[in-house]
Design a protein around this ligand. Structure first.
Ligand code: UD1
Length: 399
């Protein structure tokens, strides 16, 4: 069976990694000729820190094909991926195309595959969507549109949590296409959880034992980890400011570490918001409370190490809500909604909203909560193996 998988942006890498591992195992331990795998990188993310470092940390093979699309408006980025991917699909003619998550690369490649024809009989690859069925019900989010469209285009829909089953049934997706398999991002988390302890990031930032220390080695405060990159939160100056002021509750009690996404760094500069942060001048590891220390985006292992030991994580990311739930680390999500409700109903996540008073309130309550640590159903490290079993049981398009 010829399987092609597509990655494009940072969160895709940890979702595809365990599938590639499962393919490697099956071909080395089982039938070496059973699967031919082709990895395509669209180039949606291209910086070393947003892409290459993940290939190294996650032991991913170099992509077989790199489309090199880079940044652009939604339309131009999506169109560029589609035009370039069509030629790749026609050349390799895979039996199955695997797309993951909800980024522009996901929907662009699914749409090309849904309309392609490898010959006069109209043969095309089966389209498999990993992380299907998640819905925020907020169509102003580009990812929500990407999710809905990708699910409509897919032949096999691999669902991470039970809400996905309900959402897909409501949208009329036939039940026989849908498989509740668990979460490949959590497969990766469980596979690398121990190895993350080898990271030097805590020492580099003066965070011994989860506590920030000052220059003379004295403990200052426990630390919090912050990430922000949603366009709705960082592309509008007033919205961004509201969030920063809401975060003062956290910064009063904690030393806050903030690995900054390139999009967010550009906005901080453009909006003149530098004064809200300690610069990352590298000369002093101390992070005083009351301020937020910006650092460059981190690789997978460094970030996981920081997340594991943080007393609280504040984020607007999707995947981090799931990872903190699995790690039992309290999470404050700076959004009005989540497409991952299981992280709130049975995890460690709380939806804070985006207004300063609401963020302060959520921070206060979350800082003093305790959790029983029970992973959501099927978040057990075996999602990728379940996915591969299902893929291998499909009839091949060229048979
Ligand atoms: C994309 C995904 C989002 C995901 C996020 C993770 C879409 C619609 N959005 O958002 O779902 O949560 O990735 O990071 O697909 N940039 C760089 N270097 C890079 C990549 C981006 O400097 O390697 C800068 C560019 O200025 C670019 C901006 O970041 O214009 C935004 O990048 P883009 O891929 O368009 O969207 P993200 O905000 O990263």
């Amino acid at each position: 069976m010829k399987i092609m998988s597509v990655v494009g942006a940072r969160p895709n890498f940890m979702k595809i990694a365990p599938i590639i591992t499962a393919i490697r195992r099956r071909t080395t331990e089982g039938d070496p000729g059973a699967i031919r795998h082709i990895l395509v990188h669209t180039g949606q993310h291209y910086d070393r820190l947003m892409s290459d470092s993940f290939f190294a940390d996650l032991n991913l093979p170099a992509p077989d094909v790199h489309l090199g699309v880079g940044s652009g408006s939604h339309a131009s980025q999506t169109a560029d991926i589609m035009a370039k991917f069509e030629a790749v699909l026609l050349e390799h003619q895979p039996d199955v195309l695997v797309v993951v998550g909800d980024v522009n690369s996901t929907v662009a490649c699914a749409l090309v595959a849904a309309k392609i024809s490898f010959g006069p009989d109209g043969t095309r690859p089966l389209i498999a969507h990993v992380e299907a069925g998640l819905r925020s019900f907020d169509r102003t989010m580009p990812e929500e549109l990407n999710r809905i469209l990708t699910d409509q285009l897919s032949d096999l829909l691999f669902v991470t949590e039970e809400s996905g089953l309900v959402n897909l049934a409501r949208e009329g997706v036939p039940a026989e296409k849908v498989h509740f398999v668990g979460n490949t991002m959590i497969d990766t988390l469980l596979a690398y959880k121990e190895k993350a302890d080898t990271s030097a990031i805590l020492d580099d930032l003066g965070l011994r034992n989860g506590v920030a220390h000052n220059g003379s080695g004295r403990p200052v405060a426990p630390y919090a980890l912050l990430t922000l990159h949603r366009p709705a939160n960082v592309d509008d100056r007033d919205a961004f400011l509201d969030i920063l002021e809401g975060l003062d509750e956290v910064a009063r009690e904690y030393a806050v570490v903030f690995p900054v996404h390139p999009r967010t760094r550009n906005r901080i500069k453009e909006f003149g918001l530098n004064r809200y942060f300690l610069p990352d001048n590298g000369s002093d590891a101390a992070i005083p409370t009351g301020q937020i220390r910006m650092i460059d985006p981190l690789g997978y292992l460094d970030f996981l190490c920081l997340m594991k030991r943080a007393r609280v994580v504040v984020t607007d990311s999707g995947g981090i809500q799931e990872e903190t739930t699995c790690l039992g680390v309290p999470c404050i999500t700076v959004r009005e909604n989540t497409e991952r409700p299981v992280t709130v109903t049975s995890g460690t996540n709380v939806l804070a909203g985006v207004r300063r008073e609401d963020i302060r309130k959520a921070a206060k309550s979350q800082l003093h909560r305790t959790f029983t640590n029970e992973a959501p159903v099927k978040w057990d490290g075996n999602a990728a193996v379940r996915i591969l079993d299902i893929l291998m049981s499909q009839p091949r398009s060229h048979e």
